[in-house]
Design a protein around this ligand. Structure first.
Ligand code: PHE
Ligand code: ZN
Length: 853
């Protein structure tokens, strides 16, 4: 494999030699094969160029150029391309080819999810449908006709507006769709199936009536209301916040069970992983409802940031993804609690992106090269990309940011552009060092900021020293440019000074005057920059009580706990009374309940792991178990009281108050589980049996699993029997068991693979069982190496079915260079086994070989 792989570089980008004015596609869907007819109008831009079309796994039937059938001597067709030389300046090319969607397990191109025909073309799936210039800077107008059996596939969908229903012929029928907006092939979509749907409508600000449909598997239409409501809210929000209206007569969403990612923004025809559409109180958690709201909005927002204005090449991916994630985060903040949203976004960033950025697969938000583009739909491109847009928003301020985005939309509508073009628009309305800021697009790694404070004679000096880690290849990187929000408080917590500093140097000092005593610093408020703050001797207890910024207040609680956990790692009998006292104060805090639930959460194992130079999970778990136990023991009575104050088992409402109560009550129950007592097990059992929401049931199961094997088994059996016909719920079942803290997880995970509900071809199930196990650090990193062996065997097996899924699973090994020697040795052997496997995909090869380097 290694000598065949081709690395693609940003510096090699060349403009396309042809444009495609229009594409006319006809699909004849059958049970064995699908016939595709593709009629394209070309114009040649570069005199000397041959026409090189991307083509993968296609059975070519006929190539017709301007009405003339080409003999096989007129073109060459290999595994990746179809090349035709000596083509005229302008011409029409008609290609007929055959594909086999029923055999497509990669879930790229046209495939079947259960009984539904569907497509996934981003980034390079279209070339598995028909020969094409499959690159985002070739934009064309698509007309699509779908023909299939009328009974089996009554619903036939494609991009754009429905323009024609063909008279049925024998048992077959056909529909033609036309999308008037030029688009790249990655936004193409087609669906055929026997689907239920719900419908609604939206009138745009300029008065256009848009039909909204959500298509789901038969029998699921009662679970799509939340998705529809979210869509309407997103449409309204984009008009108000960005002045962006929808631009077709119809907006269709289809939910499918087999999907590699969350969802896809195909023009006018979004295709969704059903996990981000279907929900009701009995089967979905509050987090699921929020996830649906955000992903529905994300895909809708892409209509302007991604579709109307798209990417010139795949190196620009963060142009659409970073921006669209920032947009969906702001939307969710407006729909729910903005303080809770911000903390959750930062938590997610740290759990996934910070880990990636400190690993051998670290890359800038705009990568410089790739082997498989599929590997670059990363937390870095998405979440760090969103933080970079957020910094621009902070630097410009709300009003100028809006002017700048207006300019961006006005200037680049209908084009395929670069991150530089977006930054140009930002600079038109912002006072900042653009060239310096651009380093965020070119450098990898999380910068850290060391804080030093000096106080004398009423003067307070803050010295900040920035350190950007070396690149993966060991080369040095430069200090970055970013906004840093700070506040200085007096001893009562009153803010004396609140400021946004611009950090641009390796080291700089800022002076503040007029204090009677040393002020208390609150730094990186709102997490204004995605950096790591290193600050010694902080009075966390004070900040936990008095900080006026909800983010830094939360941060203080986390940092205090982290410092105590590291103390416990040194000496498990350390004095932790100060922390316990501060925690007690949090319990008394009168604040928003969902915010309070976050404040009471102890740091995750992943958070702690990131602070270790050499990672060893055992002492982390020991310290965390100890602290959890001490907290629960000291505050058992208070926690129980808080639990019962907020426990409303019969309330399944989704208003923010009800959600907040559940969040707090369940946080408290989880904290209490550290006692491993009969009493708490009984509370959890009661909650499992009598609560009406999935949120409550999931926490109860989790708690039972960690306290009492017997009760857990009874509850899990009940859960299984109740939900075995609902795959989405079964994902939760597998995930809970794979994340279990109880001995013997690996054996149980292995056995669960044989469960009749489990199916290795369905990505959600693989993620829930195998993916979740790989994040169960205690057992995945077991000293006997069986966790590693299990995962690497799975990767090799799944790689043959679905390379994208296999390479995603390989991510669990990213921590390799930081592990303690004994684990590292075990990991190395299994990783080498993966890369040397015959026929391993370039996706998996790219990730694993980078890890091994
Ligand atoms: N573009 C999709 C999104 O972020 C993600 C995606 C990428 C889905 C590639 C499928 C394949 O909304
Ligand atoms: Zn996206």
């Amino acid at each position: 494999m290694s000598n065949e792989v081709q690395e693609i570089f940003l510096k090699d980008y060349k403009k396309p030699s042809f444009t495609i004015e229009s594409v006319n596609l006809t699909f004849e869907l059958f049970e064995e094969e699908t016939n595709v007819t593709n009629i394209m109008k070309f114009e040649k831009l570069d005199e000397s160029a041959d026409l090189v079309l991307d083509a993968q796994e296609l059975e070519l039937k006929e190539v017709v150029l301007d009405g003339e059938v080409l003999g096989s001597d007129r073109y060459t067709h290999d595994e990746e391309t179809l090349t035709i030389s000596n083509v005229p300046q302008e011409f029409t090319l008609e290609i007929r080819n055959r594909i086999y969607p029923q055999k497509n397990t990669e879930l790229e191109g046209l495939y079947k999810s259960g009984d539904i025909f569907c497509t996934q073309c981003e980034p390079e799936g279209f070339r598995r449908i028909t020969p094409y210039l499959d690159r985002p800077d070739v934009m064309s107008i698509f007309t699509t006709t779908v023909i299939a059996d009328q009974k089996k596939y009554p619903i036939l969908l494609a991009n754009g507006n429905k323009v024609h229903c063909h008279e049925s012929f024998n048992t077959r029928h056909g529909v033609t769709w036309h999308d008037p907006h030029p688009k790249p092939s990655y936004l193409f979509a087609l669906v055929a199936g026997d689907l239920d749907f719900i419908t609604d409508s939206f009138v745009t600000a300029s008065g256009n009536d848009v039909e909204l449909n959500i298509y789901v598997d038969k029998g699921n239409s009662d679970k799509a209301d939340h998705a529809m409501k979210s869509l309407i809210n997103a449409m309204k929000w984009d008009e108000e916040k960005y002045g962006r209206e929808y631009d077709l007569d119809i907006y269709n969403i289809v939910a499918v069970d087999s999907f590699n990612m969350g969802a896809m923004e195909n023009k006018g025809l979004n295709i969704f992983n059903s996990a981000y559409v279907l929900a009701d109180a009995d089967t979905a958690t509050d987090a699921n409802f929020m996830g649906i709201e955000s992903v529905i909005a994300h895909e809708y927002f892409h209509n302007w940031t991604g579709n109307r204005i798209t990417c010139r090449n795949w190196f620009q991916l963060t142009l659409k993804e970073g921006l669209t994630v920032f947009r969906d985060q702001c939307f969710s903040a407006d729909m729910n609690s903005s303080e809770v949203q911000r903390i959750q976004d930062v938590k997610a960033l740290r759990e996934r992106q910070f880990v990636e950025d400190a690993s051998p697969t670290a890359h800038p938000i705009q990568p410089k090269s790739y082997i498989s583009m599929n590997n670059f739909y990363t937390a870095t491109v998405y979440e760090k990309g969103a933080e970079v847009i957020r910094m621009l928003h902070t630097l410009l301020g709300e009003e100028n940011y809006r002017k700048a985005t207006d300019l961006y939309f006005e200037t680049f509508d209908g084009q395929a552009v670069r991150t530089d073009d977006f930054l140009w628009a930002m600079k038109e309305y912002g006072e900042f060092d653009l060239e310096h800021f651009k380093l965020w697009y070119d450098q990898s790694g999380t910068p850290s900021l060391e804080v030093e404070e000096n106080y004398a004679d009423g003067k307070y000096t803050l010295t900040l020293t920035q350190n950007v880690p070396n690149k993966v290849d060991g080369s040095l990187q430069k200090a970055m440019y970013f906004p840093l929000k700070i506040a200085l408080m007096d001893k009562t917590g009153a803010v004396a000074e609140e400021k946004m500093l611009i950090i641009s140097k390796e080291s700089e000092s800022f002076m503040f005057e007029g204090f009677e005593e040393k002020p208390v610093l609150s730094i990186n408020r709102d997490f204004s920059a995605p950096v790591i703050i290193k600050h010694q001797d902080v009075d966390f207890a004070f900040l936990m009580q008095h900080d006026t910024n909800s983010f830094t207040k939360y941060e203080a609680a986390q940092e205090f706990a982290i410092s105590i956990l590291f103390k416990l790692m040194e000496d498990i009998e350390s004095d932790i009374s100060e922390y316990l006292e501060a925690f007690g104060a949090l319990l008394e805090l009168d604040t928003d309940l969902s915010y309070k639930a976050l404040l009471l959460e102890l740091p995750s194992i992943s958070t702690l792991m990131q602070k270790q130079d050499v990672v060893d999970f055992e002492p982390l778990y020991k310290a965390k178990d100890k602290l959890s136990y001490e907290v629960a023991k000291k505050y058992e009575a208070k926690l129980l009281k808080l639990y019962f104050q907020n426990h409303e088992p019969l309330n399944s409402a989704l208003d923010s108050k009800s959600i907040a109560k559940r969040a707090l009550k369940n946080r408290v129950l989880s904290l209490l589980s550290a006692l491993e007592s009969k009493e708490i097990a009984a509370v959890a059992k009661e909650q499992y049996e009598h609560s009406l929401t999935m949120t409550d049931r999931i926490t109860a199961l989790d708690v039972l699993e960690s306290i009492d094997a017997e009760l857990s088994e009874i509850a899990f059996n009940d859960f299984y029997n109740r939900y075995k016909n609902n795959t989405l719920v079964m994902n939760k079942y597998f995930a809970l068991l794979a994340a279990s803290p109880r001995e013997g997880v690996l054996d149980r995970v292995m056995a669960l693979q044989n469960d009749e509900v489990y199916d290795e071809k369905v990505p959600n199930l693989v993620r829930s069982l195998i993916g979740v196990f790989a994040r169960n650090y205690k057992y995945f990193h077991a000293k006997d190496g069986y966790g590693y062996k299990f995962l690497s065997d799975k990767i090799i097996e799944i790689d043959k079915i679905n390379p994208q899924m296999a390479s995603a699973l390989s991510g669990a090994f990213k921590i390799y260079p930081k592990m303690i020697e004994s684990n590292k040795k075990l990991m190395k052997a299994t990783l080498e086994c993966i890369v040397s496997t015959q026929g391993i995909s370039k996706n998996t090869f790219e990730i694993v070989s980078k890890i091994l380097k």
